[in-house]
Design a binder for this molecule. Structure first.
Ligand code: SF4
Ligand code: SF4
Ligand code: SF4
Length: 222
């Protein structure tokens, strides 16, 4: 079976939040409602984001001797784990992982908003819709990448489409010849927090270290 997911390149993400905005747009029935062949999967209320960017400063001493300070922008959404604790703990069976493509979803008709899945997810990838009392998460834009007949179409998730630096890639990580798998192999893509044992499908490409030694900027004309 397929393992559809994202490969996120931390070396080129500039933290612009375009993916955050476009994810929100798609998932609130904005332009998503107009362009999708299907109804939007589930609307996200105000304050709920299925994709967020966290920005960290990497101190020079953590980045090798003589390194310059470095800022890393870290996009975070559901990683569609192969061994998903959110699914295991769900008392109603509302959280599930699709056998055919590995996408982890929430059946909102069954969700009782108990929050156990959010507690179990080590990545903080779930957001409670307090008004509706149901849990939300990244759907991998299942309503974009399949048409109304549930046939896969040549479309990528909203966040991938909008990223101006091409930091986000979508594809089948079970296929060793897919573009995403080749990217992971070439760039040493990694799992986020592998010690959690969740076997995430999404992979991160690490930022390259220290492109310029400290002081090099002094030689660059203003
Ligand atoms: Fe579940 Fe969290 Fe893994 Fe997504 S990232 S599948 S919400 S445990
Ligand atoms: Fe949002 Fe879709 Fe990207 Fe998931 S795949 S973060 S739902 S835009
Ligand atoms: Fe990073 Fe691309 Fe998202 Fe901008 S759109 S924050 S560059 S992943």
């Amino acid at each position: 079976p397929k393992k559809l997911g994202l490969v996120i390149d931390l070396d080129v993400c500039v933290g612009c939040h375009a993916c955050v905005v476009n994810c929100k747009e798609w998932n609130t029935g904005g332009y998503g409602a107009a362009l999708s062949d299907q109804e939007p999967y589930g609307e996200t209320p105000s304050g709920t984001f299925l994709n967020r960017i966290h920005t960290f400063e990497v101190l020079p001493e953590a980045n090798g001797a003589g390194a310059s300070p470095m800022v890393v922008h870290f996009p975070k959404s559901c990683l569609h784990c192969a061994d998903a604790p959110c699914v295991t703990v769900c008392p109603t069976g509302a959280s599930y992982k699709r056998a055919e493509d590995g996408i982890v979803l929430v059946n909102e008709d069954w969700c009782i908003g108990c929050g156990l899945c959010a507690w179990a997810c080590p990545y903080g990838a779930r957001e409670l819709d307090e008004a509706e009392g149901v849990m939300k998460k990244c759907t991998l834009c299942v309503d974009r990448i399949y048409n109304e007949n549930l046939e896969e179409v040549d479309r990528v998730p909203a966040c991938v489409r909008t990223c101006p630096t091409n930091a986000r890639h979508f594809g089948d990580l079970a296929d060793p010849d897919s573009a995403v798998s080749r990217l992971v192999a070439a760039r040493g893509g990694v799992d986020l927090m592998p010690e959690q044992g969740t076997a995430p499908v999404n992979k991160y490409l690490p930022p390259r270290r220290n492109r310029a030694p400290a002081g090099a900027a002094d030689e660059t004309p203003p």
